[in-house]
Design a protein around this ligand. Structure first.
Ligand SMILES: [Cu+2]
Length: 184
């Protein structure tokens, strides 16, 4: 019996050690920042671009996300979406402001990291490493989880409850995920 418990304990520890950083609710710490739930959409068709989304909690003063890189693509660019003449357009950004003591969300319809020239199509269920570089927190390595084509992310309305850290806000969602707001 004792032996069994020890075996279970070892199994649990190795299961926990096997969790990729960023996948758990505890997030990845970098200076004053905690990075949660990095994810990307699976590639549709022959698309060679991808988008990565992530939640950045800042417990300190304002800083900036300067750049990102990943072995999964030639380049990762900082982008945002802007409504112009009723059309949603993407725009390249020099940096993304990470506001003081707040959460900055990269999510569909807003800020995102655009992956240019993917080395291989992103497949649902896979993960890949990504490094974010902040002016104060420095570089932070996270693991990006690939979700299905058209996914709205781990805390989106199509994934039910219990999958994210912001479930307290679930009741405020309006169905598309685009209007999801988080106030802490
Ligand atoms: Cu983009």
């Amino acid at each position: 019996m004792k032996k069994n418990l020890a075996a279970i304990f070892v199994a649990l520890v190795s299961a926990m050690a096997g969790l990729p950083p960023g996948a758990g609710a505890e997030g990845v710490k970098a200076g004053d920042l905690v990075l949660y739930q990095a994810w990307a959409r699976a590639s549709a068709g022959r698309s060679t671009t991808g988008a990565v989304y992530i939640s950045i909690h800042n417990h300190g003063s304002a800083q900036r996300l300067l750049s990102a890189e990943t072995p999964a693509a030639d380049q990762a660019k900082l982008h945002t979406h802007l409504m112009k003449d009723g059309v949603l357009r993407m725009r390249h950004l020099e940096n993304i402001e990470v506001q003081e003591k707040a959460m900055t969300e990269l999510k569909p319809g807003g800020f995102h990291l655009m992956l240019m020239r993917l080395k291989a199509p992103l497949r649902e269920g896979e993960t890949f490493p990504l490094t974010l570089v902040f002016d104060k927190a420095g570089p932070a390595a996270v693991t990006v989880k690939v979700m299905k084509v058209g996914s709205m992310g781990p805390k989106g309305p199509h994934h039910g409850t219990g999958s994210g850290i912001h479930n307290h806000d679930e009741k405020h969602e309006h169905g598309t995920g685009l209007h999801h707001k988080h106030r802490k």
